[in-house]
Design a protein around this ligand. Structure first.
Ligand SMILES: C=C(O[C@@H]1C=C(C(=O)O)C=C[C@H]1O)C(=O)O
Length: 355
C-alpha cells in the first residue's frame, strides 16, 4: 500500500516537473505575442474561446469539462498577466455572483474594482479607469436586468463576451434553526428566484430586498434572527452557516453576464451578436424589421422589448442573433434591417459562452 502510494507520488512529481517547464514555455510565447500586439488590445476573448473549445474537444478525462476550462482559464490568465495586468470592474461587495462571473471569464482577476451599482461599472469602463466591466444581463428564472439594458442603449461601449453562471442559492445565517429566522435579506432578483421555497419553508419571515446578496450576508452576520440568500463564498467571507442549500426554485437557474469593453472582437467561429433595434410603432413593423434575418438564414436567440424612454408606449428591441457581424449572412441581413429600422446599433459580436 505504502509502496503503491509512493510510486504514484513519484510519478506526480515527475509530471509536475514537465508541467512546470511546459507552462513556462507557454508563458514565454504569450509574452512574445504581447510585444507583437502594439497598440491593439492584449485580451483576445475570441482566441481564448478557441483555445478552450479545442481542449474540450480533445479532453478524454478523467477531468470534467468544467475542470479543464477552469485549469486552462487560470493558465491563460497568468500568461496574459505577463503581457499586461487587466483591471476589471463589477458589482461588489466581495462575494457577489458578478465577482464569480468575472473570475470565471478572466480565470481570476488580478486587479478587481468593486462597484456599488451597475451604472458605476459602465462609468468605470467608459472613463478608461478600468480595462473591462462585467454586468448581469438576464436570469433564466427572472428575465432581463432592466438597468443593464437601459445603460446599453446609451453607451458607446462594446460587448466583448458573455459568461453563463449556474446560480445556486443558499440560506445563510448564524441563527440555530429555521424557525428562529424572522428576516431574509437578498437582492430582489434572488428573493424572486427562491419565491416558492421561501413560501414553503419560511412563510412568516419578512423578505427584505437589499442592493446585493453579499450586502444581505453582511447584514445577516450582525443581526439576530436574520438570514441571507447568497453564495457559498459569501458564507465563508461573512462567517455564516449554510442552513439550507440549493434553495432556488429552478435547479437550472442560470444568470448570463456581459463583458464590456472599448474595443471590438474578431470572429471566433462560434459567435453571437447583440443588436439594439427600433422601428415606427405601426402594425406589423417588428415582423417586417426582423424578416431579413430569416431571409438570410440567421437564427435569433433572444428578443426583448424595453420602453425607449423617449415617447409613451414607444419601444426598442434587444435582439441576439447567431454569428459575427462580419459573417456574410449577418452582414447582408443587417444592411437590409438598416433600411427598415429607425435605429440599428450593433452592441457587439462576441464568442458564445464556453462552459
Ligand atoms: C497569448 C495571447 O494573449 C492572451 C492570452 C492568451 C493565452 O494565454 O492563450 C490568449 C489570448 C489573449 O487573451 C494571444 O493573443 O494569443
Amino acid at each position: 500500500m505504502d509502496d503503491a502510494l509512493k510510486q504514484h507520488r513519484d510519478q506526480i512529481d515527475a509530471i509536475d516537473e514537465q508541467l512546470l517547464k511546459l507552462v513556462n514555455a507557454r508563458a514565454q510565447h504569450a509574452r512574445d505575442i504581447g510585444s507583437l500586439k502594439g497598440e491593439g488590445p492584449i485580451y483576445r476573448p475570441e482566441r481564448e474561446a478557441q483555445v478552450l473549445r479545442r481542449l474540450l474537444a480533445l479532453n478524454q478525462g478523467p477531468l470534467s469539462a468544467e475542470a479543464v476550462t477552469a485549469i486552462f482559464r487560470g493558465v491563460m490568465s497568468n500568461c496574459r498577466a505577463l503581457e499586461k495586468q487587466l483591471s476589471v470592474a463589477f458589482l461588489g461587495p466581495a462575494g457577489t455572483y458578478s465577482e464569480e462571473a468575472a473570475n470565471k471569464q478572466f480565470g481570476g482577476v488580478s486587479a478587481p474594482v468593486l462597484c456599488n451599482t451597475i451604472d458605476d461599472v459602465f462609468r468605470m469602463v467608459e472613463s478608461g479607469k478600468v480595462d473591462y466591466g462585467v454586468v448581469p444581463v438576464e436570469n433564466s428564472t427572472e428575465g432581463a436586468v432592466g438597468r443593464t439594458l437601459d445603460l446599453l442603449m446609451s453607451t458607446q461601449l462594446r460587448i466583448c463576451g458573455e459568461v453563463t453562471l449556474p446560480i445556486h442559492h443558499n440560506l445563510l445565517t448564524n441563527t440555530a434553526t429555521r424557525e428562529q429566522v424572522t428576516t431574509v435579506y437578498a437582492h430582489a432578483q434572488s428573493l424572486a428566484q427562491c419565491h416558492a421555497w421561501l413560501n414553503q419553508h419560511l412563510p412568516n419571515a419578512q423578505r427584505q430586498a437589499v442592493s446585493s446578496n453579499a450586502e444581505g450576508a453582511r447584514l445577516a452576520a450582525s443581526e439576530a434572527g436574520a438570514a441571507a440568500i447568497a453564495s457559498r463564498r459569501a458564507a465563508e467571507l461573512f462567517t455564516l452557516n449554510v442552513l439550507a442549500e440549493s434553495i432556488e426554485d429552478d435547479p437550472k437557474n442560470t444568470t448570463r453576464f456581459l463583458v464590456l469593453a472599448t474595443h471590438d472582437v474578431a470572429p471566433s467561429g462560434q459567435d453571437k451578436t447583440s443588436l439594439l433595434l427600433a422601428t415606427r410603432n405601426i402594425p406589423g413593423a417588428i415582423v417586417d424589421l426582423l424578416a431579413p434575418l430569416a431571409l438570410h438564414g440567421v437564427s435569433m436567440s433572444k428578443l426583448e422589448s424595453r420602453p425607449s424612454r423617449n415617447g409613451l408606449w414607444e419601444y426598442v428591441f434587444f435582439v441576439d442573433v447567431e454569428g459575427h457581424c462580419q459573417d456574410a449572412a449577418l452582414a447582408s441581413a443587417l444592411q437590409e434591417i438598416g433600411q427598415r429600422a429607425s435605429l440599428v446599433k450593433v452592441l457587439g459580436s462576441y464568442p458564445l459562452a464556453v462552459a
